[in-house]
Write a protein that binds this ligand. Structure first.
Ligand code: ADP
Length: 677
């Protein structure tokens, strides 16, 4: 491949870059989609965890509230029926055993004096009676409030040290006691916040959750929870509104890897990866297939282009409107116009000779009217850009597209000027050869001619001498008798002269060059024309000539001179084959008749038969080869010319051995010949 046809490096680079950038874009898109999906899944799961936590917190708050309400009822039941202090203490102890969140229950009278109290057995707390009697203590405040609202009231929380550095946050509940609509005292209950969390919330907590009571400002009062695991913290807060106190229940959820999340993620990523890889494989395969197809197409195009460029046949395509849609380089070179000058032209192409343009236009119109051109093509004349005319052979065919629709016409052109020139040369040399052969025949016959002319001339001479003698030395005859004798001699002289003239004329007729015209000639006339010459030779060789022409043979359409030459050559060869004086009989038979045994149509068969030496195997092989001869004075052109002439007339020349001796040369001409070019 030459450098001009090689694709420049930067084009390769550009297409490779474009391909790679597309692939990169695809990968980036898929990856970002994956990331988005994972992020969305994560967010969804986080929101799930958060709302679950919110629900748990709300449930816990409502559990606490229910438990406190239930506790209120149990407390009221303690003082029902006005029990005495010992009974009350038994019942209160039982209550404390069941409700571990209560640290202490006190029964106070209306003046807040302690009537009885019990403490929880589960917790060792040191109670300072003096501080609990303080009118500003939390207890006093709660009871004041309870009295005011005539219902249970809680105090704010406070820290109660328990010695050895430990302690816990407590709150007081003051429940006014009434009997028959009259206030009788108070029940004061101390709740440990930590135990409230353990008993009221703890059972619903999961292992990763942490529950705590805080104040509204976020200060942590009591915490219940496990060790912190995981890295993600979810928090939910809910208010616990109690009369006289507002607490916040806060729940923290430490989340490391949500149980659902990895499953979804793994499944998602796996599925997406499988899909991505599948798509990639399919794309790569498709891409490779496309590249291969592209490559094949490029090859096919390059091959087509190379073929087009190297073709010596001109190609031209026209659409149904007659516009030229395509010309190949050979056509452009042939007519001398460039493709740009020709493409798109419809009427009157510039390579039409002006004098023939009308005829061509008409031909084009017939073509577009749907008439098929002859399959073997037709000849036409085109004009080059420089004005010179040249003959072309045009082969046209309808142009059918892939859908089977007729879209135009495709024509192939062959410049046949060279062919014409060669044909002309060959015709001229053929003619010259024929003339030479004829002259050779004439030369050969010159000696026979002199011999033949000798006879009439000798006769003329002797008749003339006799006549002179009669005139010069008159004998005894009467003048009348002498005159008659002289007259008779003159008549003989005239006849002999006429005979000599005929001999000369026959040679003249034969040698004279005439135009090649085909005419209908009765076979008898052909034979008559050559007979004097044949007889000349036959007499010399002592050969008898027998001619038979069937009555029903019609005239034959031929070039008279050429066919006479053929007959003469065959007859001459036959006579020469019988020049052995020992052979007997020596007869030349010429027979003309009809032959219907050679396929369709009828033929006229000319047979020239001799009783000569026959044709041996070695001679037979080269019989029709020009310049092959076995005779010393022969030229070897006779038979090859005979065959050429017969074939030009659409006939065939052959030969066969004759029994018991000799050869028959036969040539057959068609009765109704098709005109030859
Ligand atoms: P020429 O007559 O000049 O030799 P031809 O082409 O006519 O050339 O003949 C070629 C040769 O074919 C002759 O030399 C002869 O040997 C052989 N030949 C042709 N006709 C006959 C025939 N009728 N019988 C035997 N041999 C023949």
């Amino acid at each position: 491949m030459s450098a001009a046809h090689r694709t420049p490096w930067w084009l390769h680079w550009r297409s490779a870059w474009r391909r790679w950038s597309l692939w990169t874009l695809l990968v980036v898109l898929v990856v970002s989609m994956l990331v988005t999906l994972v992020w969305l899944a994560g967010r969804y799961e986080a929101s799930q965890v958060q709302s679950q936590l919110e629900r748990d917190t709300a449930d816990a708050v409502s559990d606490i509230r229910n438990a406190l309400t239930r506790n209120l009822q149990s407390l009221q039941a303690l003082n029902a029926g006005d029990p005495g202090a010992p009974v009350w203490e038994v019942n209160a102890t039982e209550l404390l055993r069941q409700q571990r969140e209560m640290a202490r229950v006190e029964w106070r009278d209306l003046s807040m004096q302690l009537r009885a109290y019990v403490q929880t057995p589960y917790r060792q707390v040191h109670w300072d009676p003096a501080s609990r009697q303080d009118p500003h203590s939390d207890v006093a405040l709660a009871c004041a409030n309870a009295r005011r609202i005539s219902g249970a009231s809680y105090s704010g929380s406070y820290y109660k040290p328990q010695g050895s550095g430990a302690g816990s946050e407590m709150m007081e509940l003051c429940l006014p006691l009434t009997a028959n609509g009259r206030a009788t005292g108070f029940l004061v209950v101390t709740y440990a916040l930590q135990d409230m969390l353990v008993d009221l919330v703890g059972h619903g907590l999961t292992r990763s959750q942490e529950a705590s009571f805080t104040e509204t400002d976020g200060t942590r009062l009591a915490v219940l929870g496990s060790a912190r695991r995981g890295v993600r913290l979810f928090t939910a807060q809910h208010l616990l509104d109690l009369p006289g106190l507002t607490l916040v229940l806060r729940m923290d959820n430490w989340h490391s890897a949500p149980s659902l999340f990895p499953n979804v993620l793994t499944a998602l990523v796996t599925a997406m990866s499988v899909a991505l890889v599948t798509v990639m494989v399919v794309l790569v395969r498709d891409n490779r297939r496309r590249l291969r197809a592209e490559h094949d197409l490029g090859d096919a195009l390059a091959f087509r282009k190379a073929m087009e460029d190297s073709l010596v046949t001109g190609l031209r395509a026209r659409d149904l409107q007659g516009r030229i849609t395509y010309v190949n380089p050979a056509f452009c070179e042939m007519v001398g116009f460039s493709a740009q000058e020709l493409l798109g032209l419809s009427e009157g192409a510039p390579y039409w000779p002006p004098e023939l343009a009308d005829e061509y236009r008409q031909r084009q119109a017939t073509r577009f009217a749907g008439h098929m051109p002859p399959r073997e093509g037709f000849e036409s004349v085109f004009m080059r850009k420089d004005g010179t005319r040249f003959p072309v052979l045009i082969i046209e065919a309808p142009l059918i597209n892939a859908l089977g629709q007729h879209t135009g016409w495709m024509s192939a052109f062959l410049d046949i000027s060279e062919q014409r020139r060669v044909e002309e040369l060959s015709r001229a040399s053929q003619e010259r050869l024929q003339a030479t052969a004829r002259l050779a025949t004439v030369g050969e016959m010159a000696s026979l001619l002199s011999h033949e002319l000798n006879q009439p001339l000798a006769a003329i001479s002797s008749f003339a001498t006799g006549s002179l003698n009669l005139i010069d030395a008159p004998g005894s005859e009467s003048p009348t008798t002498r005159l008659q004798d002289v007259r008779m001699a003159m008549q003989h002289i005239a006849r002999q002269a006429e005979r000599a003239g005929r001999v000369i004329k026959s040679v003249h007729d034969f040698v004279r060059r005439r135009d090649q015209v085909r005419e209908a000639v009765p076979p008898q006339e052909l034979l008559d024309a050559i007979l004097p010459l044949v007889n000349l030779q036959a007499r010399k060789h002592g050969v008898r000539v027998e001619i038979r022409v069937e009555a029903d043979v019609p005239p034959v359409l031929c070039d008279r001179t050429m066919l006479e030459q053929v007959l003469l050559n065959l007859a001459r060869n036959a006579i020469q084959a019988m020049d052995d004086p020992a052979l007997l009989p020596r007869t030349l038979d010429i027979h003309v008749g009809l032959d219907t045994g050679l396929g369709p149509g009828s033929w006229i068969a000319f047979a020239v038969a001799d009783c000569g030496s026959g044709i041996g195997e070695d001679v037979a092989q080269r019989l029709f080869t020009p310049f092959f001869t076995t005779r010393v004075e022969g030229m070897g052109l006779g038979l090859s010319l005979c065959r050429t002439v017969v074939e030009q007339h659409g006939g065939v020349l052959g030969y066969a051995a004759r029994l018991p001796r000799g050869t028959v040369f036969t040539f057959k001409l068609p009765l109704n010949p098709t005109p030859s070019p």
